[in-house]
Design a protein around this ligand. Sequence first.
Ligand code: WT7
Length: 640
Amino acid sequence: MPQTTLTSGSTYWPFKKYFGVYNRSIKDPEAFWAEEARKLEWFKTWDKVLDWQPPYAKWFVGGTLNASYLCVDRHVKTWRRSKVAIYWEGEPGDTRVLSYSTLYREVNKFASVLLNLGMKKGDRIALYLPMIPELPIAMLACARIGATHTVIFSGFSAQALADRVNDTGARLLITADAGFRRGKPVALKRIADEALEITPSVEKMLVVRRANIPVVMTPGRDVWLHELMDQASLFVNPDPMDSLHPLYILYTSGTTGKPKGIVHGTGGYLTFNHSVYKWVFDIKEESVYWCTADVGWVTGHSSIVYAPLMHGAAIVLYEGAPDYPSIDRWWDIIEKYGVTIFYTSPTAIRMLMRYGEQEIEKHDLSSLELLGSVGEPINPEAWAWYYKHIGKEKCPVVDTWWQTETGGIMISPAPAIECPPLKPGSATFPLPGILADVVDEKGESMPPEERGILVIKAPWPGIFLGVYGDPKRYVESYWSKFPGIYYTGDYAIKDKDGYYWILGRADEVLKIAGHRIGTVEIEDAAVSHPAVAEAGVASIPDPIKGEAIVIFVILKEGFSPSPAIKAEIKDLIRKSIGPIASPEQVYFVSKLPKTRSGKIMRRILKAVATSASIGDLTTLEDESSIEEVKKVYEELKKEV
Ligand code: WT7
């Protein structure tokens, strides 16, 4: 496999301190994490570092702290009060720069607004906002008073929004009149109005004025943020939260039709993220850190809000599309704010690669020191392009593997602790404290160079607390395959040098442009069409998005395939989930390949859609008759 030696421009190369730190962390994890946790400021120190009753891990038991205090109050007591916290750039080109003292004041006032609306510790508050400063401000305000925030990606449809809001039982929804995307206002308030018709728990809607478009305010329910901010107090006490207090709930797709509400706590989550952003990005107060993810995903929670702000760095927050109004928008932003750390997805890299280098050469990107990639496997070509054309062969590229559930980065190069040399396409080694392995179906370690399932064999502080309202699912989805061992759902190999290569999902979850989407969620949306009897979803490789969705549909008796039904199915999926789940292809078929117990064999669908062979069927668990599957496969090939 290819190996890159970084040129001498790098200050990190080629030391190997990493192994010392890693070995120490594994030998005595509790002592190691206690030392890391002491780098935060606690109101009360913990009584016990870890209480591990598999599969439940409680970190820093008895300790109290406050996330908002760590992200703002701590800085306003120092010179950082007058340094930049947020460089915000709206898509139309409007900008706002917030110092830490401004951020502190806004967070306090926002927290006061929440209290004045009757919100209290333990309440759930849903956020459906564009990428504007009010989004991190609202999150920190919730954290300040101990309300659990649930950020819902602003690209989700009214139905998807309502489903998530209902699952949390949120009392308040915070939204904006609209946000800008590709030059047009996306009317979020209108979508929220539609969602709120079916969300009985929501009492109030707090609306941020962003785009100045006309909206209908429902008297008694809807309130403008700016009106309430005018009457808000300038200080709200950052309430001490128990280390295990739920900081947030974030929904992600699993193997059933219902998304899972991943609950993260406070003490473990913050400690973990504080440490990993130091090791991986060498983040410091003078860093200008730009993570291009939407705050609606976990990347945005940890990499835009909590970790960089705890470190007192400046973050860049950009509202809009990467190629609007022109394809060099991102390079323009890097140059304009002097971004030092840039963190994005392989999909974005592949998309921008297509436009060629001349767009990059228009800009001075020399402020960059480190580049990151996240969300899906990065192919070595995209890695090499990123390294050469964006990093100019002087910035390490960190390919960071993690999940919504893990809370923070787990496997990644860690330049700040002098990690081994990079290999393009490999996430390299587990970070300190992370006991990863690649195992077979029985949980035995795989030999090098052989594909197996990626697992984590010991608890780490960022681990989620559970699936909201569904303790059974927590155990079943993550801990029942290998008792006491965390099942990631990913395939991986370890090469002969011990480097990890993440190969994609081993379960019924797709990664479309880095977004996690469940096959069953899409199938459920399709079968809600009156003409559809059954549907099966698979993915095909896509040169930009990594994977693209294809759907196989069996129509009910009396309906025949037509372009109109195709369009309606696509539309229905967009309405029930959002545009990110829109299928590339809809195939009308007469049969779906199934196991004996009736589970759709999506692997066979994938083989049909990609004209691949179906491979070795004997390894399938619970397979239907091999002959039967082969027959269906041959028939389907003729039909599509
Ligand atoms: C899944 C988690 C964690 C931030 C965004 C995604 C895939 C994530 C990588 C990587 C290969 C990756 C995995 C994982 N994934 N990072 N560096 N290389 N695959 O969070 O939506 O919870 O998705 O994303 O399949 O399980 P998420």
